[in-house]
Design a protein around this ligand. Sequence first.
Ligand SMILES: Nc1ncnc2c1ncn2[C@@H]1O[C@H](COP(=O)(O)OP(=O)(O)OP(=O)(O)O)[C@@H](O)[C@H]1O
Length: 503
Amino acid sequence: MDSKKKKVDEGNKDSEIFASCSFSALGLHPSLCNQFQERLGFEAPTLIQAQAIPVILSGRHVLVNAATGTGKTVAYLAPIIHHLLSYTSRIHRENGTFALVLVPTRELCLQVYEILQKLLHRFHWIVPGYVMGGENRSKEKARLRKGISILIATPGRLLDHLKNTACFAHTNLRWIIFDEADRILELGFGKEIEEILDLLGSRPTGSVGNGNQVSSLSNFQGQNLLLSATLNEKVNHLAKISLENPVMIGLDDKKIQPAQSVDHIETAESDEDDGFDYSKLKKSSTGDYKLPAQLVQRYVKVPCGSRLAVLLSILKNLFEREASHKIVVFFSTCDAVDFHYSLISEFCWSPNSQSEAEHTEKFLRCHTLRLHGNMKQEDRRNTFQAFKTEKSALLLSTDVAARGLDFPKVRCIVQYDSPGEATEYVHRVGRTARLGERGDSLLFLQPIEVDYIQDLEKHGVSLIDVSHPQSVGQFPIIWSGVPCQKVCFFRFASLGSLFAEGT
Ligand SMILES: Nc1ncnc2c1ncn2[C@@H]1O[C@H](COP(=O)(O)OP(=O)(O)OP(=O)(O)O)[C@@H](O)[C@H]1O
């Protein structure tokens, strides 16, 4: 490709991701705009940020539905920081919590906290903090006693502190954000969320447990935000009990355009008594999912007994082709992750290997990591940090890594076990092809599971079938048919059948 054409392509790609305006044009505080450039290296807002930030700044309740990796985190953090910077008298940490960000997993909690720390680098009077399962409660209490201005939390631990930590000051609470709202509910935190909303006085007690009742939040002076790349019935319910006359961003837009001003954002025609059209949300939750346009999605039919051999062959090929490569393989259970981790680790290069010969002898030349909910908190944290910084690594994980996690430069997602829900498929593959980067995904399906493809098609997601030898060439990953790998293939095929799968 000549360089002129390449420039045009890059220009087109950028215009699909980034807005043509600056952060300051969105009305954000100038010193915050400087932080974007200095601390995060952001030159311009993404399209979703350009659309959401002015609306969130206006104080409206908002529901944001945009593809994975489009910059939703900054879209909600920036307006909060802007407002906290704009108060005429500086806030103090003794004023307690002004904003609460609820997230489904511990890793996402840490990730949002890291971004927040960077953004608040120059604003020491706005204190970021987190509380989450697996952490020391007493230490969290001590931090809450001192005061946390913007608190990120997993629901169970937050509820615990709301009930048992008397020194947790939240009377100044103005914002509640549900990041990955649908996942919070899928993990069974529905009751906790209702209790949290009640304890914080952000919905009237009359609507507890009644999914059909639309709350009137007129006593609550705050602003609530819901964000997710996928919507479902449960989010519909959460929207009903937590949002008042919200603006929906990204629901109908095939291509998101930046907002000129709040007046240009349409709220849906009312069919409910609070002016918000919940049927539109309902329709969207069964409609098309938003996936990064540049993501190449494939599937392969593999009988259960051959999956391991095929996986190893694919991984070998991938790591041999490119020296720096990051790959995530998803499994359905913690046991399956552990089983494959101990197996694959036997064949993997490790950073602790003594000699160069040891490196080259290994079947897979990459660092292997694992992540799941049954691991000790410290190990989870180490894996999360390591996979972020590694240039070449393989992460074996359950769906704990599927939501919101932003690992840079993940080139490929393999789904060894098919995901239960179509939404989970979208979030798993969303760990690659972020913010316009290229990415590939491969879904393993057992012959009895092929109907899953039709389920995905109902949501506008179509995959290329690479099960047939003639299609294998389309895939950047060549598997069992490669002669030089036959020995390995059969070796692993027989090994695979020695171990019982389905753990
Ligand atoms: N304006 C920007 N300019 C450059 N990079 C950005 C900008 N905004 C966000 N990013 C980067 O884009 C990546 C994706 O952002 P983020 O994790 O917020 O996406 P997301 O939409 O929340 O994704 P998911 O749905 O998977 O949670 C991050 O690495 C983030 O640092």
